[in-house]
Design a protein. Structure first.
Length: 569
C-alpha cells in the first residue's frame, strides 16, 4: 500500500485532527506505525488522513463487492490529495439470521457499527470519512456514525443485487421466504423450493426489492449524504466503481470546504427522506432508522412526523414487495432522481436542500443528467398514483399508546376485528402457522420480541412469508413488538410500544381477546376497559431477561423504546 505516489499537492491545512498524531517529535512512535503500513514522511506531513469504513465480509452478497469498491474510493482520495486508511466493521445479515435466535443480533449490530466507526475515527484522529455499506442495519449504522462524528463525510451504497429467474419470471429472496409457506401447504415440493433458492440470488448486492436496504439507500440519497443517482445503481454495474472514485475525490473536497454532515442532515432533509420512503412504499424499518439518525444529528424528529407526511404524500412507486419492480428496474427507468423530480413538482420534496455533491438537489437531479426512460411504468405521476396516501401509517390506541407502525402500500384490507392468538416467541408462532392452526380472521400476536424483550427486536419475515405462502396475506393480521422485514407484505403491524417486556398493553393480552385494527382511522385497540387493563397490569410480572451477560444483555439494559428509534445513547 504505497501512499506516496499520488496527489503530491500540499494539503497540510486540511489536517484538522490528524496533526495531533503526526506532528512533533513526541509523535514519532505514531508515525512509525504509519510508516510500517506504507505511508511516507512527506505524505504524513502534507496530507489529511481519510477513513474508509467498510462493512465488507465474505458471508453475504450484500457486502461481497465492498472491498473492490473501497479500492476505487481509495484511488479517488489519493488523486485528490488525501491518505486513505481503510478499516472494517461488522455486519449481521437478516436473510441468514431470520427466523432464528441469531436474528436478535441484527438490530443490535446497528449500534455496534456506529460505535465501532466512531471509536476508530475518534481514536486515530482522522480528518474525514467515507463509509461503505450494503445491508439493512449497515446503512443506518454507518449514517449514525457519520452524523455523530460530524466530520466531512460521504456514504457509498454497495448496490442492489440483480433479480434471479425462476421458470421465466424474475424472483428475489422474497419469493424464497414465501415458498416456505407454500411448501407447508403442499403447493410446492422440496425440490421446487431448492430450485428456486438456487436461482433467487445470482450475485453480489443487497436484496433486490424495495426492502430495507434499498429503502434506506433511497432515504440516504434523499438526505443528501450520497452522490445523486447512487441508490439505484446495481452492485455489479461498472458505474458503481465510477461512483466510488468520485466519492473518494468528493470527500477531500468537502474537507477542503469544511462542509460537515449536519449541514445536509437538517429537519428539511429528513422530511425529504420520509417523503421518498412513503412515496415508494418503503420498509417500516425506515421509521426506526431515520429516528436514530436524526437523534445523532441533533434533529427533532417524531414518530408522528411519518404519519403526517405519509397522509399527504401519494405512493407513486410500483416496487416489490407490494408492487412489481425491483431496484435495478428503477435504475433502468432513470434512477431515484426521477422520483425526487416527481415529488418536487408536486411540492413533496424540497430541492433547495444541500447534498454532498455540492450545492443543492436542484443542481444535480435534472433530466439532462438523469433522463427518464420513455414509457417506463416503475414510477407513476403524482396525479396518477397507485395510492392516494403514502405507504406507512402510525397507529395508536389502548394497545399501542406510544404508537405502532404498519406498511399500508399494497394492503387491500385496512380493517379487521378478530380474536387474539397469543405467542410469546416467534418460533412458536411460526410452527403453529406451519401446522395450519391459524385461520382466516385471526389476529396473531407475537410479543416479548421488542428492543428489550427479544432483546433486539427480531424481524418476522419467516412468519409473514409463511402466512402469505398459505394464502393468509390479507385475512390474518399479525401484531408484534418486534419488527418486519422490508420484504414482508400483508396485514402486519410492528413496533408496538410500549413493548411487552416493560409491561405495555400487548403483555396483558389473553387468548381470544378481541382486537380491532382500523388503519384509516389509525387505531389499534383491544376490546377491554381501562379498568380491566389496569387490573391485569397489577397482577402481571415481568419475565426474567433472556440473557444475563454479553452484548445482548448490555443492549437490553440500555435500549430505548421503538417509538424513539430503539437507540442506546
Amino acid at each position: 500500500m504505497d501512499h506516496s505516489k499520488n496527489g503530491g499537492s500540499d494539503n497540510s491545512a486540511l489536517k484538522h485532527l490528524s496533526r495531533e498524531i503526526t506532528e512533533g517529535v513526541e509523535r514519532a512512535p505514531a508515525r512509525a506505525y504509519f510508516h510500517a503500513v506504507g505511508v511516507s514522511d512527506s505524505d504524513l506531513d502534507s496530507k489529511p488522513l481519510i477513513g474508509v469504513a467498510s462493512t465488507w465480509n465474505e458471508m453475504t452478497p450484500c457486502q461481497a463487492n465492498l472491498s473492490d469498491l473501497a479500492a476505487q474510493v481509495k484511488q479517488g482520495i489519493r488523486a485528490a490529495g488525501g491518505i486513505p486508511l481503510e478499516f472494517n466493521t461488522i455486519s449481521v445479515t437478516d436473510g441468514i439470521a431470520m427466523g432464528t435466535e441469531g436474528m436478535k443480533a441484527s438490530l443490535i449490530s446497528r449500534e455496534a457499527i456506529a460505535d465501532s466507526i466512531e471509536l476508530v475515527v475518534f481514536g486515530h484522529r482522522l480528518d474525514a470519512l467515507v463509509t461503505l455499506a450494503g445491508c439493512d442495519k449497515t446503512l443506518p449504522g454507518t449514517l449514525m456514525a457519520i452524523a455523530r462524528l460530524n466530520l466531512p463525510s460521504v456514504f457509498l451504497y454497495g448496490g442492489s443485487i440483480m433479480p434471479g429467474t425462476y421458470r421465466g419470471k424474475k424472483v428475489t429472496i422474497q419469493q424464497v421466504f414465501e415458498a416456505v409457506g407454500a411448501h407447508s401447504k403442499g403447493v410446492m415440493t422440496f425440490d421446487e423450493v431448492r430450485d428456486l433458492e438456487n436461482r433467487a440470488c445470482p450475485g453480489a448486492g443487497a436484496c433486490g426489492g424495495l426492502f430495507t436496504a434499498n429503502t434506506m439507500s433511497s432515504a440516504v440519497e434523499a438526505l443528501g449524504m450520497m452522490l445523486p443517482g447512487g441508490a439505484s445503481i446495481p452492485a455489479v454495474d461498472g458505474r458503481k466503481f465510477q461512483e466510488g472514485f468520485r466519492a473518494g475525490e468528493r470527500v477531500v473536497q468537502l474537507l477542503r470546504e469544511d462542509v460537515r454532515p449536519r449541514e445536509m442532515l437538517t429537519r428539511r432533509a429528513f422530511e425529504n427522506a420520509i417523503s421518498v420512503v412513503v412515496a415508494m412504499g418503503g420498509s417500516t424499518n425506515a421509521v426506526l432508522h431515520l429516528l436514530a439518525i436524526a437523534r445523532e444529528a441533533n434533529v427533532s424528529l417524531d414518530i408522528d412526523d411519518f404519519d403526517a407526511i405519509s397522509r399527504r404524500t401519494p405512493v407513486i412507486g410500483d416496487m416489490q414487495p407490494g408492487g412489481r419492480y425491483t431496484m435495478p428496474d428503477l435504475d433502468e427507468a432513470g434512477g431515484l432522481p426521477i422520483v425526487l423530480r416527481r415529488l418536487a413538482e408536486a411540492g413533496h420534496f424540497d430541492t433547495s436542500a444541500r447534498n454532498v455533491a455540492g450545492g443543492t438537489f436542484a443542481d444535480h437531479i435534472g433530466p439532462e443528467r438523469f433522463p427518464e426512460t420513455p414509457d417506463q411504468d416503475v414510477i407513476r405521476d403524482v396525479a396518477n398514483p397507485r395510492y392516494r396516501e403514502g405507504g406507512l401509517a402510525i397507529l395508536r390506541g389502548n394497545l399501542a399508546p406510544e404508537g405502532a407502525v404498519v406498511k399500508v402500500a399494497g394492503v387491500k384490507n385496512t380493517e379487521l376485528t378478530g380474536p387474539a392468538r397469543i405467542f410469546d416467541q416467534e418460533e412458536v408462532a411460526f410452527q403453529a402457522i406451519l401446522r395450519g392452526e391459524i385461520q382466516a380472521g385471526d389476529v396473531v400476536v407475537i410479543r416479548f420480541e421488542g428492543p428489550k424483550g427479544g432483546p433486539g427486536m427480531r424481524e418476522m419475515l419467516a412468519v409473514t412469508g409463511a402466512l402469505v405462502g398459505q394464502g393468509h396475506g390479507e385475512d390474518v393480521a399479525l401484531i408484534t413488538d418486534g419488527r418486519f422485514s422490508g420484504a414482508s407484505r400483508g396485514f402486519c403491524i410492528g413496533h408496538v410500544a410500549p413493548e411487552a417486556m416493560v409491561g405495555g398493553p400487548i403483555a396483558l393480552l389473553r387468548e381470544g381477546d378481541r382486537i380491532t385494527i382500523d388503519i384509516a382511522n389509525r387505531r389499534l385497540s383491544v376490546d377491554l376497559s381501562d379498568e380491566e387493563l389496569q387490573a391485569r397490569l397489577r397482577s402481571w410480572t415481568a419475565p426474567p431477561p433472556r440473557y444475563d451477560h454479553g452484548a445482548l444483555a448490555k443492549y437490553a439494559r440500555l435500549v430505548s423504546s421503538a417509538s424513539v428509534g430503539a437507540v442506546t445513547g
